[in-house]
Every structure is written in structure tokens, then in C-alpha cells.
Design a protein around this ligand. Sequence first.
Ligand code: PAF
Length: 332
Amino acid sequence: MNTLNPARRTLALGFALTALVAASGNAAAQQAKEVKMGYALAVNSHYGAAAQAWADSVEKATNNAFKFKQFPSSALGGERELIEGLQLGTVEAVLVSTGALSNFVPEVGVVDIPFLFRDTQHARNVLDGQFGQDLLTKFKTRGLIALAWGEQGFRHLSNNKRAVSKPEDLKGLKIRVTENPVHITAFRTLGASPTPMAWPEVIGALQQGTIDGQENPVSVFVSAKLWQVQKHLSLTSHVYAPIALIVSPAFFGSLNDAQKAAFIQGAKTGALASRKFVDDVEKKGVDEIKSHGVQVTTTVDKAAFQAAIVPAYKQYASKFGQKTLDQITQAK
Ligand code: PAF
């Protein structure tokens, strides 16, 4: 027989319910699957913005069934190691540039061709359109699941020797490029001395003078405080730089359909966050760079650079097909 009076019974029931909710909350927290996520730059960069938006979106959509653990600033190694980590299943999610990617998914190299995209909107349209979405599906056969295209911005050239405004100024400059055959060909064609190198080694190599310069968008220049190691920046806008948001097939395969959908939607949200960050940093980044004493060349002879790169286009056409190049250049 129940000896509690009605008021006490209600109170007791309230305690029991609270305990039950707390217990199930703890269980959910305990069961949350950890998602290791790696990227090259700091948390307060376009990469960090994308990573956080991706994580928040998935955690919210799945009622915290996942807990993201971020490894920014190349903490898990260079981008090559991150991609290999996905294939091996030692990392679940990464955000990487296309620098090392075409060594894994050769078809991606087409977006690394200099002066292929007219402007940011053209690049976004192509990557969000049929072409870019088809390109994402190519990752599957290489042991990777790519979910969305984020953004770094257009790459520009910096160095410690001289102001560069035309291709002849590049002669003899040792420029670090990503480990990317398309970029290596481009800088060789332009008359520079391209030195492929993983990002974690770049700042040290610039400090030691084993390379004269590098090329990266304003977003990277600001995030990595490259003014500490570079004297000149030329706004060459020579190539658009996307970010690929990728997950490990072993991890993705372990998800149910609703969870898969949450990761896809989260990656799209992350991609948009990187673009928004880039839009902002492009507005004020150059002034910030100047304020640190870097000489910024804004009067770059783009037509001369485009003309100088033409011989490389023959190689690009034979590698990727003229039809593919036309498909991109003719896109609105
Ligand atoms: O130059 C690179 O390797 C990339 O742009 C970087 C800085 C690692 C960002 O992905």
C-alpha cells in the first residue's frame, strides 16, 4: 500500500523523472561518438569557421550523438597525412586544400589550373553545380567521401626579394608550392623555381631563407601571420583555392541514413561558413597585411601572367581534356 500523501507522491515522482532524464542525458553523453577532425590552420581561420559550423550542425541535428574533437594547426600532420588518415580510418573528418589532393584524386587537379575561374562567383557556381558535385563523387573510388566544397579565396604570390608585377619578376625566385603537379607546372612555366613542400615546413623554410616566397590567399596570409616572414605580396589572384570537406569511408559507412544526412548537411553549412569568412577577410585583410609593413603590389599585369601560362595549358588540356576545360570556362 502506498503510504505517501498526494503532495509527497507528486514530489517523489518529480525526483524520479528528473533522475531518469539526467541518467538518459548522461548515457547520451557517454555514448556520443567521437569525431576526430583535422585541418591545417588555426581555430580562428576560415578552416576553423567551417569546422565549427560543421560540428555544431551535426551535433544539433543528431541530438549530440556525436562529439567533435578538433585538431587545428596541422596537429595531426600535413594535409597529405590527413588524407591518408581518412583512408586508414585514424581520423574521421578533415578539411583540406586541393594542394595534396590531386595525388589521391587526380581528377581534382583540374580546379587547380591558374586563371581558369574568372572570379569567386564563377568558381562557386561551378563547384556547387553539376561539375563540382560530380567531382565530389570521384573521391569514392580513392577511399574518400567528399561532402562539400568550401573556400580559401584566390591565391596570391609573396616573397622576400622583390615586388612582383609581371612574369619576368619571378625569374629565379624559389617559390614554395603545394605538392601539386598542376601548380608545379604553372610556376615552372612562369619562370620561377617551384619548390613543392608540405605546409607545416613553410614558415621555417621562409625564416631560414631556403625558399624566397610562397603563394596563398589573403585568408591564409592573415591567419598564419605571414607578415612575420614575408616582405612583398603581389595580388596575382592566379588560382582559385577551394577547401574539400571529407570524411573517412569506414566512419561514414558506420552511420545510419539520418546521421549520413546530418553529416552532408553539416558539411554544406561548414562550406558556407568558410565562404562567409573569406568574404570578410578579403575586405579588410590587405589593409591588415600592409599595416604590418608588407609591401603590397596591387598593379599586377594579369594579362601578361595569363599569356605566360599559355604553354602550360597544352599540358592541362591533354591531362584533363579540352572539353572539361571548356565546360568550366564556359559556365556562367
Ligand atoms: O598552401 C597550402 O598548403 C594550403 O593552402 C594551406 C595553407 C595548408 C591551407 O590549406
